[in-house]
Design a protein. Structure first.
Length: 346
């Protein structure tokens, strides 16, 4: 028996448009393989008259979020709100959950700030929340963390999670570009926003660290306690010094749960030995390591940015909501101990 799932989009930017394409292109395959028919019934946008590169024929277009989250026919809301702001995103997502809609989220900043509240609201209303698009681009890191290591404690996570900064530092190292030249190249290639301050100043990585800590360590941390180090002041002298020492500079995140329960954190540029796995992560790619007390280190690698990669994992979230119910654990609040200088080998 065919099961029809009705979808509402909250936003239709670059990633949302690509996801709508994927849904349309896979319609027959999804029906044949899974007995599921997806129907996009309503999309919230800022301008309903804007010309788009995706087919929206037959779909209700609106500028009102309530037309999506309160629509009785909608089963799943897909959040791609981007430039609408954190508070608006929070308000809209909570309202969708209150109206018993499953939600697939992409806003990392909203999740870092209000993740516990959003997860609690979902569980109180018996609906699912998925967040794969918030970290790691096309890497299925969130889904993996949600279902792994149930019999052990994760004690450490570290890696490269910001594609913009990695592209900039790769360009400075390989092409001897200045910071300004490398940043411009990232923008030209679509790996940096016009305002890339949260990327280069480490806040984007900080938001992702909050999300990953919640999923793999079951720790709730206040992002305001984090102290990321900017890479704006990195120059040829720093890059050359690392080169002479057989190292390469990367922006990394590092979190270690010490025996007092505090989370020791570092976010910022760091000179890594060239024989390290992380040293080989170039351009817009990401790599994340998780270390468990029994399983040891496990790594996740892939494209950390780009509409195709991110939309792909959001489509997987869409399928996951239907076939795999997940109950989040109650997170333990943890205080942060910021590390100004990281003195370990990664």
């Amino acid at each position: 028996m065919m099961r029809k799932i009705k979808i509402g989009f909250l936003g239709l930017g670059v990633i949302g448009s690509k996801l709508l394409n994927i849904i349309q292109e896979n319609k027959e395959k999804t029906k044949e393989a899974f007995g599921i028919e997806f129907e996009v019934v309503v999309i919230m946008v800022q301008d309903v008259l804007k010309k788009r590169d995706v087919n929206t024929e037959g779909i209700k277009m609106t500028t009102e979020a309530n037309d999506v989250v309160k629509e009785s026919d909608v089963d799943i809301c897909i959040e791609c709100m981007g430039g609408d702001g954190v508070e608006k995103t929070r308000e809209t997502v909570l309202l969708a959950l209150q109206n018993h809609k499953h939600v697939i989220m992409s806003s990392k900043k909203c999740l870092a700030m209000y993740g516990d509240e959003i997860i609690q609201m979902a569980q109180e209303n018996g609906v699912q929340i998925r967040v794969e698009a918030s970290v790691g681009g096309g890497i299925p890191i969130c889904r993996s963390l949600m279902h792994m290591s149930k019999g052990e404690t994760i004690i450490k996570l570290f890696g490269i999670v910001n594609a913009t900064s990695n592209y900039i530092l790769t360009s400075m190292s390989k092409n001897h570009a200045s910071y300004e030249e490398a940043l411009l190249g990232a923008k030209v290639n679509g790996y940096a926003e016009n305002d890339s301050s949260e990327d280069v100043d480490g806040w984007d990585a900080a938001y992702k660290l909050c999300i990953l800590s919640r999923l793999c360590m079951n720790l709730s941390i206040r992002y305001q306690e984090l102290r990321p180090i900017s890479l704006r002041n990195k120059n040829a002298v720093d890059i050359d010094k690392a080169e002479q020492e057989g190292k390469i500079v990367k922006q990394i995140i590092y979190a270690y749960k010490n025996n007092t329960g505090k989370l020791e954190c570092y976010i910022g540029p760091y000179a890594i030995r060239k024989d390290s796995h992380l040293a080989m992560v170039s351009d817009n790619n990401n790599m994340i390591f998780i270390e468990g007390e029994y399983s040891g280190k496990r790594a996740f690698y892939g494209e950390g940015a780009g509409a195709n990669a991110t939309a792909s994992v959001m489509y997987d979230d869409l399928m996951d909501v239907i076939f795999a119910e997940y109950k989040y654990r109650n997170a333990v609040t943890s205080h942060i101990s910021n590390i100004d200088v990281l003195s370990i080998e990664l």
